[in-house]
Design a protein around this ligand. Structure first.
Ligand SMILES: Cc1cc2nc3c(=O)[nH]c(=O)nc-3n(C[C@H](O)[C@H](O)[C@H](O)COP(=O)(O)O)c2cc1C
Length: 231
């Protein structure tokens, strides 16, 4: 069993996953990073199948991941913004986690320290933070900190990106701008001049690792309070 679970509901090896990994590495603890990319997480049906057991009855990839989250001492959850909310896979995951856990006041994750990663075209992550606040409050999870990063619209690599008048690229560059590697946002290639990131927030890698360290300290304090014999 690892100390911390990281979950990314973004694409494989893209910005959400990269930032979640940096936060995990910054903790200095053992971790596993689970990507929801390619996994089936159905939305909550509100069927009450979880009412007596506090376990969701839908059969897909949710349950094994939930088990890892419940067993870990801490959590890092990262999601991209799709249409001004976190993406629907993340929403589905938290709908089910919160509803199945709350019957008869079980709240199995109450007090668990956790950090949130929010990624979008603008680099402010605010829609992810807003959505996650609701779920963390419901599950009584302890929000230790948040980090935002600018991500790469899929429009950058669809093949029409630089001449598509409704694509993500033209939010940041004039129509026809050549798509070069240095223009594509990544964890090491944020575009503060385009997305309004403040100077002190441009080093996403360092900021993510700093957040990981804070999360690690809070986990230690939480563990020592739960078990006073632990230093
Ligand atoms: C369907 C869809 C909707 C999106 N909606 C928004 C949006 O409303 N605001 C925004 O800033 N970015 C939006 N984006 C951009 C994503 O947040 C961005 O691609 C992010 O980098 C994805 O994370 P990933 O690269 O780690 O998968 C959208 C992307 C997609 C595919």
């Amino acid at each position: 069993m690892v100390d911390i679970i990281g979950i990314s509901s973004g694409r494989k090896n893209k910005v959400v996953e990269s930032v979640v990994r940096q936060v995990l590495e910054g903790t200095g603890k053992s971790f596993e990073l689970v990507s929801l990319a390619g996994k089936l997480i159905r939305p909550c049906e509100g069927c009450n199948g979880c009412a007596h057991t506090n376990r969701c009855v839908l059969k897909d990839d949710f349950e094994p991941i939930l088990k890892k989250v419940q067993e870990a001492q801490g959590l890092v959850f990262g999601a991209p913004v799709y249409w001004e909310h976190m993406n629907s896979k993340a929403l589905a995951f938290w709908e089910r986690l919160c509803f199945s856990g709350r019957h008869n006041s079980l709240f199995p994750m109450a007090g668990k320290p956790a950090a949130v990663v929010g990624v979008d075209g603008n680099g402010d992550g605010k829609y992810v933070f807003k959505d996650m606040k609701t779920y963390f409050e419901d599950a009584k999870i302890n929000l230790v900190g948040e980090i935002a990063a600018q991500g790469e619209y899929p429009c950058f690599s669809c093949g029409y990106g630089n001449y598509c008048p409704v694509g993500g690229l033209i939010e940041y560059f004039p129509l026809g701008t050549e798509i070069t590697a240095e223009r594509i946002p990544s964890i090491v290639n944020q575009h503060p001049e385009k997305c309004g990131l403040e100077p002190e927030k441009r080093d996403i890698t360092q900021a993510a690792r700093d957040l990981g360290l804070v999360l690690s300290k809070v986990i230690d304090i939480y563990a020592s309070k739960k078990n006073p014999s632990v230093e």
